[in-house]
Design a protein around this ligand. Structure first.
Ligand code: 13P
Ligand code: SF4
Length: 377
């Protein structure tokens, strides 16, 4: 069994021990948390519920979750939920929507409806339709970090764990990738280094002067879609407010200061940061990388709490591995505190509702993602 494999639900004693020894919480603080975590556990049993949590949740929430993982693992788990009535997603809203799409007969709730995502708000369904009007032969792929109205209009979705397979296997030219600008630049560049298939790869850069701007990944040439007469996305840029903060100079400084052997970065970082990193991969892939690596000191360039599953899976006294991070928090993921999660269980809120047409379109794009990943070339 892999060290990082999910071992199922932890007991309250195991959670308490891990909070103190793996995560360094002070015992008094843990004593305050435990009754609330016990209440979450009681409600989960009483209500026949299951708790899913993303790797960016705070350590106590990751510890009490039935399933924790990256976006792909949460999507795959959602497909397999059988005998539960209620699914509580300690995630951001677009992930809870994804769970609802893949587990449509369950009541799916997210603890805070304000748990957005700067990438997801950088695109909308209407813009996708306008892009398609200009490029009728294109394949349009969106990142999983989009809302259902965007997913409903694209040809396929991808996550950090399967983007290259989806881009490689999808038919159409040009291949248009909407958002994240950095993520798709990094993925398309890697793909083209492995073999150029002669197609044009356009990444959505953002909204500029009322236009949507797509950029050719190879030569930087721009394509503009005039913003007249349709509703543009909420945000100007389709980038992540966490990952865009990292820069190569700081990484270089931290590498030297802490004697780092391996710098691991999420593909949502800028291409400049990806270039100075030793490994670029999504949250799940970083965890797998650590398991295979003999290195001891890692710099983790992503949201701060990815270090939680790493510390748990590879305790320093057993594996000698240490994880450093500049510790930038995602304000959206961090809307989910223990109190907010407890209320979500108590009042079964906030339920995810999707209209039938949007849900059908978005589900088709998610299913296409699974098919294109299976067709792996
Ligand atoms: P992962 O799919 O790698 O977990 O990424 C999700 C995300 O929001 C990263 O910022
Ligand atoms: Fe969105 Fe970035 Fe937060 Fe991930 S870390 S949920 S991409 S804002």
């Amino acid at each position: 069994m892999k060290i990082t494999e999910n071992k199922g639900r932890l007991s309250m004693e195991e959670i308490e021990t891990s909070l103190i020894y793996d995560h360094g919480y002070i015992p008094e603080h843990v004593q305050e948390m435990m009754p609330k975590l016990e209440e979450i556990d009681r409600l989960r049993n009483e209500k026949n519920a299951i708790l899913l949590a993303h790797y960016y949740q705070i350590p106590p929430i990751q510890l009490i979750a039935d399933i924790k993982g990256d976006s792909l693992k949460l999507a795959e788990s959602a497909k397999e939920i059988r005998d539960k009535r209620l699914v509580v997603c300690s995630t951001v809203v677009f992930m809870a929507e994804m769970v609802k799409l893949l587990s449509p007969d369950k009541k799916v709730v997210v603890p805070d409806l304000e748990s957005g995502c700067s990438i997801a708000s950088g695109m909308n369904g209407e813009s996708v339709r306008k892009i398609r009007e200009k490029f009728p032969t294109s394949a349009i792929v969106s990142y999983i970090n989009t809302y259902a109205d965007t997913k409903a209009e694209v040809d396929a979705v991808c996550t950090s764990a399967n983007a290259k397979s989806v881009l490689r296997n999808i038919m159409g030219d040009p291949v248009i990738m909407i958002p994240d600008y950095f993520f798709f630049q990094n993925m398309a560049k890697e793909l083209l280094r492995e073999g150029n298939d002669g197609r044009t790869y356009l990444a959505y850069r953002g909204k500029e002067g009322g236009d949507l701007v797509l950029e050719n990944v190879v030569n930087g040439k721009e394509e503009h879609i005039r913003g007249n007469g349709f509703q543009l996305p909420v945000l100007d840029k389709g980038t992540c407010i966490v990952h865009e903060q990292f820069n190569p100079t700081d990484i270089d400084y931290l590498r030297k200061k802490d004697g780092i052997e391996i710098v691991m970065a999420h593909p949502e970082v800028s291409p400049g940061v990806a270039e100075v990193s030793d490994f670029v991969g999504g949250t799940g892939k970083m965890i797998d990388y650590v398991e295979k690596s003999s290195a001891k000191k890692f710099l983790v360039i992503t949201e701060c709490d990815l270090t939680a599953p790493l510390r748990e899976a590879f305790p320093k006294d057993k594996y000698g591995k240490e994880f450093y991070t500049p510790c930038i928090l995602c304000p959206y993921m961090k809307k989910n505190s223990i109190d907010v999660l407890l209320n979500s269980f108590r009042y079964e809120r906030y339920e995810i509702h999707l209209d039938e047409k949007t849900a059908a379109g978005a589900k088709r794009s998610l299913d296409r993602m699974f098919e294109l990943t299976r067709e792996r070339k």
